[in-house]
Design a binder for this molecule. Structure first.
Ligand code: NAD
Length: 424
């Protein structure tokens, strides 16, 4: 691939650097058209809004919100909304690009988007969160649209925030359009199966990879980092299928139990304990970083980005890493894992179950006809298994990693969309 002709996106030490590194490597491997590669190096739209919110103590505070649309070549942009203190332009741009690739890998008629509000949801009251969410939705009213850009929950947000966004947008536009957001509560048009879908997709990806590796799921040990939406459902579903989970952890505590942690007990404990694991007695407490290098067969990072780095990749003992989180592995750690022959099922494949069922939710909203949970799960599993096979086959064909195989799978599709839609 030739050097970019326009000013390159500044990416030194940014997360977007990881996107460009993987995009460039996949583009080179598959001989992607330079024009298409150039288009995908830039987000189509990047919106920043600042808005005032009245806090519970009567004071006023300003908040910053972002929304990035990376691409709409295969359909409306789709992607979550994150509430965290480190939300910034670079992060939403990166996450939006990953969504473009993820939707293409999952064969969904979507492009990629992502948004967020810079705030610490754990330090805000429900009332403050509602006012922030409604103000953000109103500020983004011209960006979001059922056939334009469709948000969903991400870190720090849930169906509750989606209900507020939906209500605010419906009021602004004066009509009821449930497909404006996905990940909504069921009663407002959410889909059965959506809540557990990302974890379910991680489970399907784990089983598919173990099968390729000739490993029996009932004989492997697993560590799961993160016990929020993705981590807890992943751990629960694997546990329900008889898989031994030896380590779990969240931002408050990390636990190890060589005989396997009783995940049902951990879930019940977290439910009673404000959603966190601190104080759980079903394992020995270890340091959070030790979970990543623990002696297990399968490592599932399902919390944060950039946790597997060049500093700890060499110490990872797992044979298989299934990325539940977005971007848990830095671009610098990739070659170290590859040298160690660790198979990595990348985020843009492994955690695609959430957006897949978001798509099913959107389809059901458009039809006004709703499926049973069994129907949703069956369609989800088939979709994830098919995506896994496409990625695996591309990785084999191009003699590369599953990560690049996933990028190649996505780029083959997006390339057609970009070329068919053309340029001015
Ligand atoms: P969440 O907010 O529900 O849970 C995050 C979890 O990470 C919590 O258990 C939290 O305690 C834990 N955590 C935070 N800091 C930690 C630390 N330093 N060490 C260990 N654990 C820590 O978020 P989520 O929805 O489960 O998302 C997790 C990841 O999965 C994110 O990268 C997100 O972008 C990605 N993801 C989520 C979905 C979805 O449907 N929710 C879909 C695709 C990808």
């Amino acid at each position: 691939m030739s050097a970019p002709t326009a000013a390159p996106v500044a990416h030194t030490e940014s997360m977007f650097h990881a996107v460009l590194a993987r995009l460039d490597a996949a583009a080179k491997a598959m001989n992607l058209s330079d024009d298409v590669a150039q288009v995908l190096r830039y987000p189509q739209k990047l919106v920043k809004v600042c808005f005032p919110v009245t806090m519970d103590n009567g004071s006023m505070q300003m908040f910053e919100g972002y929304r990035c649309v990376h691409s709409t070549h295969l359909g409306p942009s789709k992607g979550g909304i994150r509430y965290a203190m480190d939300v910034n332009e670079d992060e939403v741009k990166t996450l939006a690009a990953w969504m473009s690739f993820k939707c293409a890998v999952a064969n969904l008629p979507y492009g990629g988007g992502k948004g967020g509000v810079k705030c610490d949801p754990r330090k805000l009251s429900v009332g403050e969160l509602e006012r922030i969410t409604r103000a953000y939705a109103k500020a983004m009213r011209d960006v979001f649209g059922v056939n334009k850009d469709v948000p969903a929950p991400d870190m720090g947000t849930s169906g509750r925030e989606m209900a507020w966004i939906l209500d605010e947008l419906n009021k602004v536009h004066g009509e009821d359009v449930p497909g404006l957001v996905t990940g909504k509560p069921i009663v407002l048009g959410g889909s059965l199966g959506r809540d557990a879908a990302t974890g379910r997709g991680v489970m399907v990806s784990t089983f598919a990879a173990l099968k390729k590796m000739g490993l029996d799921p009932k004989k492997v040990s697993v560590a799961v980092q993160g016990f929020g939406n993705v981590g807890s459902h992943t751990a629960r579903l694997l546990h329900e299928h008889g898989v031994k989970i030896c380590a779990i952890g969240d931002h408050t505590a990390t636990f190890w139990n060589e005989k396997g942690i009783d995940i049902t007990a951990a879930l019940a404990y977290a439910k009673k304990n404000g959603g966190v694991l601190k104080g759980f007695t079903g394992g020995t407490e270890i340091k959070s970083g030790e979970l990543l290098t623990a002696k297990v067969d399968v490592l599932i990072p399902a919390a944060l980005q950039n946790v597997i780095t060049e500093d700890n990749a060499g110490n990872i003992q797992a044979k298989l890493i299934v990325e539940g989180a977005n971007g848990p592995t830095t671009a610098e750690a990739d070659p170290i894992l590859q040298d160690k022959k660790i198979i990595v099922v990348p985020d843009i494949l492994a955690n695609g179950g959430g957006v897949t069922v978001s798509y099913f939710e959107w389809v059901q909203n458009k039809m006004g006809y709703y499926w049973t949970e069994k129907e949703v799960n069956e369609k989800h599993d088939l979709s994830m298994e098919t995506a896994f096979e496409h990625v695996w086959n591309n990785a084999q064909e191009f003699k590369t990693t599953m990560r690049l195989g996933a990028y190649i799978t996505a780029l083959k599709k997006i390339e057609q969309g970009v070329k068919m839609k053309g340029f001015y």
